[in-house]
Design a binder for this molecule. Structure first.
Ligand code: F6R
Length: 242
């Protein structure tokens, strides 16, 4: 079930998304958070940092599980998702590093590392999973064609995704890794609630496919049509095809 909020600006979109996050953070138990990287959740993370600074909301006992990581980048690479999460959230709140989980993209055996990540993830219930959406309809790095019953796995990134992400790698697609370790679609669907943030005209087709298109692996995000509680936060451009 989708609950859709459309706002004019990215800051308003982020503030609305934070309302759902806040309910979870201030709920009756210490939550497990599923987190995403990329441009979409940065404003939400700013709201979380502000709340930590102004209201003292603590992350001391919170566990986090990130969706994905590039394969082949060391953790300290400036564009690894490990680095992204520390720069955009973890370094600004009081979360101990041992509570942070980001798939390992730089190990000897990525398949085994994915299996180990899924095993750890499956021990917990994610209270809220933050998602962006790719212009090709991917969520996490589950690209078109990825089976709906997938769990954490190695995925080949599409040309479209590598092109979209080249902006983080000096605009050079050749620097963008070709594979990622990603939570699967079935792993994501286990989360109790989902916050999905999408802004900009280049997301309009994917957002339409997710909500109004057929449920098909051609648009991986369309699996969310089967989820009980998905909060979708959009700007007018991303919502323009609905
Ligand atoms: C990132 C992730 C991806 C992004 C998607 C949108 O952890 O899993 O699915 O959410 O590629 O990226 P942005 O937000 O940069 O447009």
């Amino acid at each position: 079930m989708f609950h859709v909020t459309v706002k004019d600006t990215y800051d308003e979109v982020s503030a609305e998304a934070f309302k759902v996050m806040k309910e979870v953070m201030y709920g009756d138990h210490t939550p497990v958070l599923g987190l995403a990287t990329g441009s979409s959740p940065v404003g939400l993370y700013k709201e979380m940092i502000r709340d930590h600074n102004e209201n003292g909301t603590s992350y001391k006992d919170i566990l986090t599980f990130n969706l994905d990581e590039y394969i082949g980048l060391p953790r300290d690479h400036r564009e690894s998702y490990w680095t992204f999460m520390h720069v955009n959230l973890f370094n600004h709140v009081d979360i101990p590093d041992e509570n942070v989980h980001v798939p390992l993209g730089c190990g000897e055996d990525p398949e085994a590392d994915c299996a180990a990540y899924e095993e750890e993830l499956a021990k917990h219930t994610v209270d809220v999973q933050v998602l962006g959406i790719g212009s090709d309809g991917h969520i996490a790095f589950n690209e078109p064609g990825c089976p709906f019953d997938s769990v954490t796995h190695v995925m080949d990134l599409t040309e479209q995704t590598r092109q979209d992400n080249a902006r983080f790698f000096d605009g050079d697609i050749n620097q963008v890794p070709t594979k990622a370790c990603t939570m699967g679609l079935a792993s994501i669907m286990r989360a109790k609630k989902i916050i999905l943030i999408a802004t900009g005209a280049n997301k309009a087709d994917a957002v339409y496919g997710m909500m109004k298109g057929p449920k098909t692996v051609d648009c991986p995000a369309s699996i969310l049509q089967d989820h009980a509680e998905v909060y979708v936060f959009l700007d007018k451009e991303a919502a323009s095809k609905l």
